[in-house]
Write a protein that binds this ligand. Structure first.
Ligand code: FPP
Length: 238
């Protein structure tokens, strides 16, 4: 296989249904989901992918029952604390993107500590989208853009606008994977997926294995990305 995507992003869906199928509470689905995160991160590093980003908690998820939200936050702290050593050992840089002002202090502190500690790592960059939504991102970018006096009275500049998105400096995803059979974007990255390839699988997130990841990479490898050009134009460039 050639053509390895530089940035793979995953909407990890189906934890609740996985738990229900086993007759367990939803939180056990999220726990099993953390193990799938570990597997996916390991595989992304093995494959030489530069960025693996994961949609872990959306703005809308704050509306879930309080015990599930708290359980997820607890799980996140545990996972981050428990995995920092492994991240260091594997040269993985860890980043969180989203409206983190809404997160409990303990979660914020754990995130900052791990971000700082892993910042010098030059291997895979693992990004966790937490308390994130695509519309929030565009609006916060717009607010900051409008405050930039150097841009006053000139036409809107796309590159400058992008530099205010929370993903500034990170290449747009080449491949977006969504598990559990749902085929929608759910207010995740909106601006950034303009030319992203989408891959949907019925596998529930806790069951998403390295073999499933490989299948997605194989499908990606077989796709032709034209960025609005004709097939002939693309072939002439090869
Ligand atoms: C979607 O399944 C999953 C989530 C909202 C949470 C995902 C979070 C984790 C797996 C923890 C990640 C931890 C780290 C450190 C990245 P769902 O609950 O919407 O499932 P359902 O659609 O079957 O109900």
């Amino acid at each position: 296989m050639n053509n390895i995507p530089r940035h793979v992003t995953i909407i990890m869906d189906g934890n609740g249904r996985w738990a229900k199928k086993q007759g367990l509470k939803r939180i056990f689905g999220h726990k099993a989901g953390v193990e799938a995160v570990r597997q996916a991160t390991e595989y992304a590093a093995e494959k030489g992918i530069d960025y693996l980003s994961l949609f872990a908690f959306s703005e809308e998820n704050w509306n879930r029952p309080q015990d599930e939200v708290m359980g997820l936050m607890e799980l996140m702290v545990e996972a981050i604390a428990g995995e920092t050593k492994t991240l260091m050992k594997n040269n993985v840089r860890f980043r969180v993107i989203g409206d983190t002002s809404k997160l409990p202090d303990r979660v914020k502190e754990k995130i900052s500590a791990t971000e700082e500690q892993t910042a010098p790592n030059k291997g895979l960059c693992m990004i966790v989208f937490l308390s994130y939504s695509g519309k929030w991102d565009i609006i916060q970018a717009m607010e900051r853009y409008m405050k930039d006096d150097t841009l006053k009275n000139s036409p809107v500049n796309q590159e400058k606008f992008e530099s205010y998105l929370s993903t500034a400096g990170i290449p747009d995803p080449d491949l977006l994977i969504r598990t559990s059979g749902e085929q929608r974007i759910s207010n995740y990255l909106l601006w950034q997926v303009a030319y992203t390839e989408f891959y949907f699988t019925d596998v529930l997130w806790p069951d998403f294995s390295k073999t499933d990841f490989q299948k997605a990479l194989d499908v990606f490898s077989s796709r032709e990305r034209r960025y609005g050009k004709t097939e002939e134009q693309v072939n002439n460039l090869k």
